[in-house]
Design a binder for this molecule. Structure first.
Ligand SMILES: Cc1cc2nc3c(=O)[nH]c(=O)nc-3n(C[C@H](O)[C@H](O)[C@H](O)COP(=O)(O)O)c2cc1C
Length: 410
């Protein structure tokens, strides 16, 4: 977990959408990150989710509409106090009515007034009936807010409380947390950059049901992608058959299966990329011929005699091909999974494949390699630099970007 995601000050504005019932879970998750959460609610929200539940989970009072103009609160001016205190303001769910009010600059209640007063980034999660969401009036209000620098996050598609199916659901808590992290990210130093990441394993099918693969989870590649997104980059991930471990929100995912498919996808996106990160564990070999039908067991002779021979051919070396084809202004970063002579092997690969930076990890060590959440990498650059970075895969990924940027490599 990146340190800057923890212990932040979040003003959570809850408005009168039926999805308000999901907000206690969000508060609880934010508290587990040691965040301080102030809650402000509209009157409509109070009818849909209990202020008592929210204040219990946030371990603070919930600010209600009745606090807005209460004579006993005049000395605090609650909406200004909340607006100034917050590092980020989140409106979840945001009703069509509140979106309209904020777009118009209305300050009729504690939520609207705090939103008008705050200088902090605002992230808004509209959630409503699909026809309400698609109504040109709502679209216009959300557009106005976007133009004003508010981050408006599209609702999810699915079955809605009103019985319709369509776009209008409050996104999952994980996605909301990712958007909050994005808003709080301390740096946007990769803004305008296009980053192409390969991640996960590949599968080389022998027949329709069997394949050669490896235990790569895609975690390191996705961590590289996600941390680049936090820094403002546009990120495309060519992902082998692994379900994204951790969030893939904000990333453009292109799913592939085999090494040849991964190669084609990389080449299609090569022109677009300013930086290519090759973090996938690509299969070096594939079956010379893939059987159309399931390969049957051999029934003749005894078990010792029942051998099966498989002829393999080498796959193209994607990193080397990119290294040979890339423009001088494109940065190519590779990962080397090694089990021995880590640095020497990695440096030899860097030279042979034309990489700019190699991140070498010892996959035989318990704290680095396949599937685990931590990693230890030796970052070796073409210009001779070499450092060791360790931590969670997300921490390692972020430190790699930091090193590339501060070291003037990117
Ligand atoms: C049961 C119920 C559910 C509602 N759900 C939503 C909703 O999901 N999204 C929405 O924009 N409005 C919804 N509304 C309408 C809002 O509650 C209504 O427009 C209200 O005035 C919003 O006030 P507020 O923006 O101050 O919270 C719902 C109303 C009711 C009665």
């Amino acid at each position: 977990m990146l340190a800057w995601k923890r212990s932040r000050k979040i003003l959570l504005c809850v408005t009168g959408g039926i999805a308000a019932y999901k907000i206690p879970d969000l508060v609880s998750r934010l508290r587990k990150l040691d965040c301080e959460v102030e809650i402000a609610m509209t009157e409509a929200a109070e009818t849909l989710v209990s202020p008592l539940a929210l204040s219990t989970l946030s371990n603070r009072r919930a600010w209600l509409q009745s606090d807005f103009l209460a004579s006993s609160r005049g000395f605090e001016i609650p909406h200004i106090h909340l607006a100034d205190w917050a590092e980020v303001v989140v409106v979840a769910p945001c009703s069509a009515n509140t979106a309209f009010g904020v777009a118009q600059g209305r300050a009729g209640g504690i939520v609207e007034a705090a939103l008008l007063a705050t200088q902090a980034p605002v992230v808004l999660f509209p959630a409503m009936n699909v026809h309400m969401f698609e109504n040109p009036a709502t679209r216009r209000n959300l557009e106005i807010l976007t133009q004003r620098g508010v981050r408006v996050v599209d609702p999810a598609f699915g079955l809605l409380a009103c019985g319709y199916e369509g776009k209008g659901r409050l996104p999952d808590t994980d996605l909301i947390l990712e958007e909050i992290a994005y808003a709080l990210s301390p740096r946007r130093d990769l803004a305008g950059k296009h980053i192409l990441v390969t991640a996960g394993p590949t599968r080389e099918y022998l027949d329709p049901v069997r394949f050669i693969s490896n235990p790569s989870s895609g975690k390191m590649g996705l961590a590289m992608a996600r941390t680049a997104w936090y820094r403002g980059a546009e990120v495309r991930v060519i992902l082998g058959p692994a379900s994204p471990a951790g969030s893939a929100h904000g990333l453009e995912i292109h799913g592939v299966v085999s090494t040849l498919e991964m190669r084609d996808a990389v080449m299609e996106n090569l022109e677009w990329a300013d930086c290519i990160v090759k973090a996938a564990a690509v299969g070096d070999y594939r079956a010379e011929e893939k059987a159309d039908h399931k390969i049957k067991r051999n029934t003749g002779g005894n078990d010792q005699e029942r051998t099966f021979s498989l002829s393999l051919v080498q796959n193209p070396d994607i990193a080397a091909e990119v290294g040979a084809r890339k423009r001088a202004d494109q940065l190519l970063i590779g990962f080397a999974a090694e089990t021995d002579d880590l640095v020497a092997n990695a440096r030899a690969k860097l030279e042979r494949k034309g990489l700019d930076v190699m991140l070498a990890n010892d996959v035989s060590a318990p704290s680095s390699g396949f599937g685990v959440d931590t990693n230890v990498v030796h970052m070796i650059s073409r210009t001779g630099g070499e450092i060791s970075i360790s931590g969670s895969k997300e921490e390692v990924a972020d430190a790699v970007w930091e090193e590339l940027i501060t070291g003037g490599l990117f």
